[in-house]
Design a protein around this ligand. Structure first.
Ligand code: A3P
Length: 288
């Protein structure tokens, strides 16, 4: 797998990244205690996770909105399954904010009892694939092959997060188990303020106009890209080792796939998409 496999660990049919995975924690995840007011962002990798981490934190933290309390994204909205900071989640004050890339069937059973709120964020998979290619190659240095080789791996689900199609379909088809709101990367991009209102409504959070301005201002691509706390800069330099470099925020656009896929690759992708997503009711936005 062009060197990527050694960075992955397959557990119950799903590819995790090995680092910083605590497999004992993952084996007991079903019993992880969920609180009524926990909030989870669920994404397939490269769908805008970091964006929603920033947004959730800004919505919940007045300190963050005011630019005080200098914390990194990872400390504000930690990943459930990748506990970089070795936090004691049980000690975290409520409301706890979490991110996860987990498939629906691996999350704690408390979530399946609709105990907490979940926002599932998805992005058109051609852009996901392109973002992932750059990330695997240029940020993580875990992939050395061509775009075509990456596309094959992505379409076979041999990447962290496993198969994109399974992830979204699994969550959507089991949505009645969860208290879940589906949102797209693209709607955020097209109307950030309207999307923040939608998120707040789902979460039952009322924000003043002034607070709303502060959230929107600090969640734009330009502001996040220049903010090392919002761009995983420290995690990248300290958490993964010397070969890992760059930023999570790369281009932040809709339709970058047009700069990557050949006509033949695009047709092949479309065929697979149509076969896999036949009868799937959610809409995808492919262009700005
Ligand atoms: P690109 O590589 O296409 O630029 P994740 O956090 O799930 O890994 O997703 C990363 C992708 O989300 C990157 O996509 C990144 O640039 C984009 N992103 C992050 N914050 C963003 C923002 N504020 N506005 C637009 N895109 C953003």
């Amino acid at each position: 797998m062009e060197g990527m496999e050694k960075f992955l660990l397959k557990f119950k049919g799903y590819y995790f990244k090995r680092l910083p995975l605590d497999i004992g924690f993952i084996e007991n995840l079903d019993n992880f205690e969920i609180r009524e007011n926990d909030v989870f962002i669920v994404t397939y990798p490269k769908s805008g996770t970091i964006w929603f981490q920033q947004l959730l934190s800004l919505i919940y933290s007045e300190d963050h909105r005011k630019g005080a309390g200098k914390l990194e994204t990872m400390d504000r909205v930690p990943f459930l399954e990748y506990n970089f900071r070795k936090m004691d989640f049980g000690e975290r004050p409520s409301p706890r904010l979490f991110s996860t890339h987990l498939p629906y069937y691996l999350v704690p059973s408390g979530l399946k009892n609709k105990k907490a709120k979940i926002i599932y964020v998805y992005r058109n998979p051609k852009d996901v694939m392109c973002s992932y290619f750059h990330f695997a190659k240029n940020v993580m240095s875990q992939f050395t092959g061509t775009f075509e080789e990456f596309m094959k791996q992505f379409l076979e689900g041999r990447v962290m997060g496993s198969l994109w199609f399974d992830h979204i379909k699994g969550w959507y088809e089991h949505r009645s188990l969860f208290n879940i709101q589906f949102m797209t990367y693209e709607e955020m991009k097209k109307d950030l303020r309207g999307s923040v209102s939608k998120i707040c409504k789902f979460l039952g959070k009322g924000l003043s106009e002034e607070d709303m301005d502060a959230v929107v201002r600090q969640a734009t691509f330009e502001n996040m890209k220049d903010d090392p706390l919002a761009n995983y800069d420290n995690i990248i330099t300290s958490g993964y080792g010397p070969n890992v470099k760059g930023h999570f925020l790369r281009k932040g656009t809709i339709g970058d796939w047009k700069n990557h896929l050949t006509v033949e690759q695009n047709e092949r992708f479309d065929q697979i998409f149509q076969r896999e997503m036949k009868d799937f009711p959610l809409e995808f936005i492919w262009d700005m």
